[in-house]
Structure formats: structure tokens, C-alpha cells
Design a protein around this ligand. Structure first.
Ligand SMILES: Cc1ncc(C[n+]2csc(CCOP(=O)(O)OP(=O)(O)O)c2C)c(N)n1
Ligand SMILES: [Mg+2]
Length: 456
């Protein structure tokens, strides 16, 4: 059923009628084929050679399956219009957080898990707000929030197994928060101090954690996708019961690496979850200029993998879809594509001003659909959450984040020599020479180095 929905979506404006006609045509054709085949098989004993050539006259024998011939010259698909049919978007909570009575909820959240999921989303929101403001005050050089996408990121994280390897884009720090990355860990990375494993070699927000199975963020878009496909294939070869989870934006899906990754994963049967955050924008490029088809989910079918479109503002729906996708990937040995529809409520980054390319009305309308509030309404309706707990959580988180930033700001920066370390076990002679030269320049011109960076 799902693959049928996904296939249909690639059809054009008058496509429903076309689809009905071509489906009917196909059905009749298949019926004809079957009756031909049964007649042929009845005659097979007498004249096997003839039956084969009759069969071949009506179908194209191709590796992987028979392709039926048709006498109609039909093109599939075409440019979409606003009224073209679209792949439906799975959700379990309505826009106000009310349970939808006939929603399919195969893995419902029990109180403890639901509260944990909400807590992580609310903490993420508080941390994002404080870190955004801290960057604007000039405390560190760059920051990105995931405002508007908290349910997509934390809901999917909760649907994964902590052992699953995550390959993120950059707006998915909620997965780390869910897995136990502390505010200190975040703050140390943002300040690029000597306590962070990357030793300040990357820009802020390029988090990574070996312990939490989270590959370090890499700025060039979509490069994480082939890595994830490869890691998933390795898991399959090892007989592991884990998946690789690759996150990316709808903008990144225009990169060649996206297509290479999906095709490799599909043909190799690699248990990889491709989780697309379709948040409507790639910096200033709106989604309708990013692709001409029906979003990203339809591409899953094209590559031969199950795909689903889910309401990225419904944490419970994202959680259910991720758990189900994980089960399919491991059971059937195939990748699965999830397209989570949401909205980037914040600016692209601290270097962006989104009021230059989108209207205030649009932003206000989406902010009113805050996924954190929506999930909280469901919790409150279940009597699992109340105003007092909300106040305490936000207050305590605020204090913890501010303290973590304060502490991280006082930790020394990595030494200049960290520019050269951690590449080779034994530093080659030419790098040793360059290191000595760099140290001499830094000593001669101290103003070139940040004052808290040891020249050693
Ligand atoms: C290969 C490459 N091209 C361009 C960029 C510049 N760039 C950084 S983020 C971004 C937009 C990506 O949009 P999307 O994938 O939708 O993710 P979102 O920011 O919306 O979460 C662009 C174009 C880049 N980092 N890498
Ligand atoms: Mg985007």
C-alpha cells in the first residue's frame, strides 16, 4: 500500500485519471498475460520452444523481473501543480496535540518514555535559545538552532537504538542530547576549548561523540550519506542487529552524494535509515525551488526502498515511524527513507537573517505550530505533565546551560601544536618542521594568536 502511494505521487496534474486508466490498462494486460501464460503452459508439454517465444513476444525478460510491453505510448509524471495529488503525511496527533482516534500507533509511548522525550525537546529548546543569544553577544563564532524541528530530531532519536550509528548533517544535536551528551560537552565544543575531543579544529556546532555513536558533523553537504550507507553495509556483513541513521536536509538531497548513497544502500541491502528533515528551506532557497517533484519520499521508491512521509511536528508519529523503519531495515535487509515535514522556525544560522527572504506572516503561522507545545498538550491531556513541572524544568535547564557556558569559556584553548597532532601516530619530518616554524611565528607575533591559546 505504501509503495503504491509513493509511486502514484510522481504523476502529473491530470494524473489521478491517468493513473486509473493506466492501472486498468495494466491490470487487463496482466490478465491477458496470465491467460496467455496458462494457455501456453498447458501447451508447454507439446511445444515448449514455441511457448517461450510467445511469452517473450509480450514481456521483456530483464534481470530482476519481467517488464510488460504496452501498445500505448505513455509518459509517467510531469510538473506538479498545487492541486496535484501528494504523498500523504502520517500523523497521530492533530495540530493542537490531540490524539487522532483512528491513527495507527504501533509503538505507543508509555508515560516514562513520553516524559523523557518531552524533557529532551524542552531542554533542547532552552539550550538553543541561550546559545543563540550567547553567540550574538560574541562569546563564540557561530551557532545553529533546530527550532521548529525538535520533534523530528528527538522523536527519531528515541526510535533508534543507542547502538545505532548516527551520521548527522548539523541541525540534529537533539540526538546527542537524547543520548546523554551533557551541556558541558556542548559548551566545550562551542568554545573549541582543550576539553573537547576535536581540540578546536572544527567550527562550533561540529559535535561528535565516539561513546554515543555519533559521527562528527562535517560541513560539506551530504558527504555523510555515502558514509552511512557504507557503515550500514558493514553492519550487515558483520551480522549486527544495528542500523546506520543518516540525517540530512531537503537541500542536501540535491547533492550527488545523496543519490549515490541511496542507490548503494538499496542495491547492497544495507540497513540504513535515511532521515530527511524537510524544513522548507535550504538557507534562502525554498523547497519549491529545490525540487520539481513531490518532495523527497517519492525518491525512495525510485531507488527501491520503502519510504514514508511523516509529520515532523508530531513527535509520536516520528518516533513510531522510526521504530517501524528500523524493524523493516533489519528484518528485510534494506534501507528505508523517512521524510519528516517541518519548518525551520529560526534563521539558518547566526550568520543569516531569514526576514530577507520569507514573510513575517509565514514565520508567525509556523511558530504557532510549535512541536514542543503540541507534544506538551498531549502529555497534559494524559495527566503526565503540568505547569509546575514545566516551570521547574525550564528554570533548571536555563541555569545548567548558563553555568556550562561560563565554565567552558574559562577553559584554556588547545595549544597551537594541536593544529598538527592527531593525524599521524608519528609526526613526519615535514610536519615537525612546519610546527616549529608556526611556533616561531606565533612567538614573534603574539597578536596573531588568541590570548588564551598556549603557544607550545
Ligand atoms: C556541498 C555544499 N554546498 C553548499 C554548502 C553551503 N550550505 C550550507 S547549509 C546549506 C543549506 C542546506 O539546506 P538543507 O539541506 O535543507 O538543511 P537545513 O539547513 O535546512 O537544515 C548550504 C547550501 C555546503 N555546506 N556544502
Ligand atoms: Mg532545509
Amino acid at each position: 500500500m505504501l509503495s503504491r502511494i509513493v509511486c502514484n505521487s510522481s504523476l502529473g496534474p491530470s494524473s489521478l485519471a491517468q493513473l486509473a486508466c493506466s492501472s486498468l490498462h495494466l491490470l487487463r494486460h496482466v490478465q491477458r498475460q496470465l491467460s496467455t501464460a496458462s494457455t501456453a503452459s498447458a501447451a508447454a508439454a507439446a511445444a515448449p520452444a514455441e511457448s517461450t517465444s510467445q511469452d517473450a513476444a509480450d514481456t521483456l525478460e530483464f534481470p530482476g523481473g519481467r517488464v510488460p510491453f504496452t501498445h500505448n505510448m505513455e509518459f509517467l509524471g510531469g510538473p506538479l501543480t498545487p492541486s496535484s495529488p501528494r504523498i500523504p503525511c502520517y500523523r497521530t496527533l492533530d495540530g493542537t496535540g490531540k490524539h487522532i482516534p483512528d491513527a495507527v500507533v504501533p509503538h505507543d509511548l508509555q508515560q516514562q518514555d513520553a516524559v523523557a522525550l518531552y524533557t529532551a525537546m524542552a531542554k533542547l529548546q532552552v539550550m538553543d535559545t541561550i546559545c543563540y543569544d550567547a553567540q550574538r553577544q560574541g562569546r563564540f563564532s557561530f551557532f545553529m538552532t533546530c527550532a521548529g524541528e525538535e520533534a523530528t530530531v528527538v522523536g527519531s532519536a528515541a526510535g533508534l537504538d543507542p547502538r545505532d550509528m548516527v551520521f548527522s548533517q548539523y541541525r540534529e544535536h537533539g540526538v546527542l542530547l537524547w543520548r546523554g551528551f551533557s551541556f558541558d560537552d556542548f559548551a566545550n565544543q562551542l568554545y573549541g576549548n582543550s576539553l573537547e575531543p576535536g581540540q578546536g579544529r572544527q567550527m562550533p556546532i561540529h559535535y561528535g561523540s565516539k561513546e554515543l555513536n555519533y559521527q562528527t558533523v562535517s560541513s560539506p553537504l551530504a558527504t555523510q550519506l555515502p558514509h552511512a550507507a557504507g557503515a550500514a553495509y558493514a553492519m550487515k556483513l558483520d551480522g549486527a542487529d544495528t542500523v546506520a541513521a543518516a540525517y540530512f536536509g531537503e537541500g542536501a538531497s540535491s547533492e550527488g552524494d545523496f543519490h549515490a548513497a541511496l542507490n548503494f544502500a538499496a542495491t547492497l541491502g544495507a540497513p540504513c535509515l535515511f532521515i530527511c528533515r524537510n524544513n522548507g528551506y535550504a538557507i534562502s532557497t525554498p523547497a519549491n525551488e529545490q525540487y520539481a517533484g513531490d518532495g523527497i519520499a517519492c525518491r525512495g521508491t525510485a531507488y527501491g526502498m520503502p519510504a514514508i512521509r511523516v509529520d515532523g511536528g508530531d513527535a509520536r508519529a516520528v518516533y513510531c515511524a522510526t521504530r517501524a523503519a528500523r524493524e523493516i531495515a533489519l528484518r528485510d535487509g534494506c534501507p528505508v527513507l523517512i521524510e519528516a515535514m517541518s519548518y525551520r522556525s529560526g534563521h539558518h544560522s547566526t550568520s543569516d537573517d531569514s526576514s530577507r527572504y520569507r514573510t513575517r506572516e509565514e514565520m508567525v503561522a509556523w511558530r504557532a505550530r510549535d512541536p514542543v507545545v503540541r507534544f506538551r498538550h498531549w502529555l497534559v491531556a494524559n495527566a503526565w505533565w503540568d505547569e509546575e513541572r514545566e516551570k521547574q524544568l525550564r528554570h533548571a535547564t536555563r541555569q545548567q546551560v548558563i553555568e556550562a557556558l561560563e565554565k567552558a569559556s574559562k577553559v584554556a584553548k588547545p595549544p597551537v601544536s594541536a593544529l598538527f597532532s592527531d593525524v599521524y601516530a608519528d609526526m613526519p619530518w615535514h610536519l615537525q618542521e612546519q610546527l616549529q616554524e608556526t611556533l616561531q611565528v606565533a612567538r614573534r607575533h603574539p597578536h596573531l594568536c588568541p590570548p588564551d591559546m598556549p603557544v607550545q
